[in-house]
Design a protein around this ligand. Sequence first.
Ligand code: HEM
Length: 390
Amino acid sequence: MTIPSDEADLFSDEARLDPYPIYDRLREAGPVVHLTRTDLYALTRYEDVRAALMDWRTFSSARSVFVDPQTNAQLEGITLCSDPPEHSLLRSVLGRPLRPELMRDIAPRVEAAADEIVGALVDRGRFDAATDLAEHLPMTIVSDLVGLGEAHRGKMLQWAAAIWDVQGPVNERFTAATPLVEEFLGFAAEEAVPGRIVPDGWADQLYQAADRGELPREKCPVMMLDYVTPSLDTTILAITNMIALFAAHPEQWTLLREDRSLVPHAINESLRVESPVPQFSRVLTEDHEVDGVPLAAGTRVALLYGAANRDPRKYPDPARFDITRRPSDQLAFGRGEHVCIGMNLARLEMSALLQRLADRVERFDVLAARPLLNNGLRGFEHLEVQVTAG
Ligand code: HEM
């Protein structure tokens, strides 16, 4: 069977701003499409992406999950880019502070902070949902918990965005991000070390695990990336996307205000319609057929979560934002062995803000929006909104 090929550049400005027509084209062309520019074999259909995520033995993360071969080689062995048994060890240490019972402990603090920020912004009437609202919890509570100290907090967002940019191919964004990534890696290795970071914070706990012999010490600086890189922008974008969707669909906001049991479903539905992390990749460890299409061992396969989440075979009328759809099986947090380790934290932050906003806001109107251009993420950099209190 011949595999269709496509010259789409998923990392061009145009495709970052609106990938959906490309996703639709690829999804209809066949179960697997060869993206010639990046030499990736794209899976776009829900069932195929889900099956790949559930089969780490065949779809391996150990040769990294990004695009550029050099970056992939450099990042082999971090949590995201490893397979069991190494992955299980790293993930068990990394996941300790993110356990559900610890999330329950921090919930009152998150809810109080959500209450305070929503109160202040609604009183103001007009604010930037990306910077004033969505950044607040990740940049205060989550950054405190990670515990890298105050000194470089202002730089964290820039550093994290740069790390996402180098997850694409070597384009202009990638090149511009490289010095910032080096700066961050330098900070992680030299400055964010025990004695200079918050005692018993999440970062410090990694070093404590290394001291107990549970983890090679040289893994600690890159494992800090696992707390910083995915805990800021992803959640910030997810919150901002949610506000944009409710502004565009006021009837859905009214539904949510009338029935708060819809909050978890609203979170899943907004992540489904607008997935902040649209893709990662895997490498095949053996010859394998995807939906009847044979692929050779060593093939790098792109898992397009953003396309799978809008597969009409799975979700009828997929572009429609409908919080009564209850799509708890959406793939924006991945699935299987590497399923997002921070999803309970992200859900806690999103839910606390939604609840408080539902108490206070009757409708959102978007005054101005600036989309984010980043190789690994999708969403808004700015979203100026006016709220009607009520
Ligand atoms: C709405 C917000 C978030 C989204 C959309 C998101 C998305 C994802 C996705 C798609 C994966 C799977 C990667 C793969 O398939 O290889 C993942 C893994 C991961 N996420 Fe998240 N994430 C979010 C929030 C967070 C937070 C708050 C943290 C940390 C506190 C976090 C930490 C991680 C880590 C460490 C992994 C790697 C897990 C592993 O490889 O076993 N994420 N995330």
